[in-house]
Design a protein around this ligand. Structure first.
Ligand SMILES: [Zn+2]
Length: 107
């Protein structure tokens, strides 16, 4: 599956999170780029508490830090059972109607 990451059209640097100008060369020629969301799972953490009543029904939630092959690190949700270090891929998933998120899963 592919995910969309902002990429500078001048120098090719991927920017995550998206910026108004490139973090490397300050160009404003930026566009979303579809990439294979593959990388290395660096860290996992589990969220047990939330102040948002909508989230309480879904706890605990596992979060992952993933170093993508394109050179950026992202924080996303994680499938249960993952352990570090591991090769993972990110897949889009829907956490609530209309809200799409990335989820790390076994590569
Ligand atoms: Zn740039």
């Amino acid at each position: 599956m592919t995910i969309s990451i902002q990429r500078c059209q001048s120098c090719g640097t991927f920017n995550y999170p998206a910026h108004a100008v490139c973090g490397n060369c300050l160009s404003d020629a930026l566009a979303d780029c579809a990439i294979e969301g593959r990388g290395v799972l660096l860290a996992l953490s589990t969220v047990h508490h939330s102040l948002d009543p909508e989230w309480r029904a879904h706890l605990p939630v596992q979060l992952a830090t993933v170093d993508l092959d394109c050179g950026v690190q992202v924080i996303c949700f994680a499938e249960p059972g993952l352990q570090t270090p591991a090769r993972v891929c990110l897949a889009p998933s829907q956490d609530r109607p209309g809200v799409w998120i990335a989820r790390a899963q076994d590569a």
